[in-house]
Design a protein. Structure first.
Length: 125
C-alpha cells in the first residue's frame, strides 16, 4: 500500500505561510503599483515619507515611522484614501472617484509595507 506523499503539501503550506508573514516586505503587485503611482506618489513619494514638494505643501504623513504605523488602523487608512482627511494642517482629498474600495484595501498593504525596510518599491526613485 502506498503512503501519501505529504512533503509537497508541506512545502505549499510553508510557502503560503511565508507569503502571509512577509507580505509587508515584498514588492507591490504591478496593478496596485500603478494605482499608487497615479494617485499617491506625488505626495508620499516612492519611499512613503511624504518628503516631496507636493507632500511638504500638503503636510503628507510619513508612513515609515513606527508612530504612524501604530496610530492608524487599516480601516482609517481606507477611509482616508476614499473620503480624504483634514486635520492639524494636513489636507488630503478623497480619491473615491479614482480608487475603488478594493484598490483602497490593496493600498493599505502598501502603506503598511512602508513600515518595514525596504518598503514596497525597492529600487524606485
Amino acid at each position: 500500500m502506498n503512503k501519501p506523499n505529504h512533503s509537497k503539501t508541506h512545502w505549499v503550506l510553508a510557502g503560503a505561510l511565508a507569503t502571509v508573514l512577509f507580505a509587508g516586505v515584498l514588492p507591490a503587485h504591478a496593478d496596485v503599483k500603478d494605482v499608487y503611482k497615479v494617485n499617491c506618489k506625488k505626495c508620499h513619494g516612492w519611499d512613503g515619507k511624504g518628503d516631496t514638494p507636493q507632500g511638504r505643501k500638503e503636510k503628507a504623513a510619513d508612513w515609515t515611522t513606527a508612530a504612524f504605523q501604530k496610530r492608524v488602523t487599516d480601516d482609517q487608512i481606507v477611509k482616508t484614501i476614499l473620503e480624504g482627511k483634514e486635520s492639524d494642517g494636513k489636507k488630503m482629498k478623497g480619491l473615491k472617484d479614482k480608487v475603488s474600495p478594493a484598490e483602497a484595501k490593496e493600498l493599505v498593504k502598501i502603506v503598511r509595507a512602508f513600515g518595514s525596510a525596504p518598503g514596497p518599491f525597492p529600487g524606485e526613485k
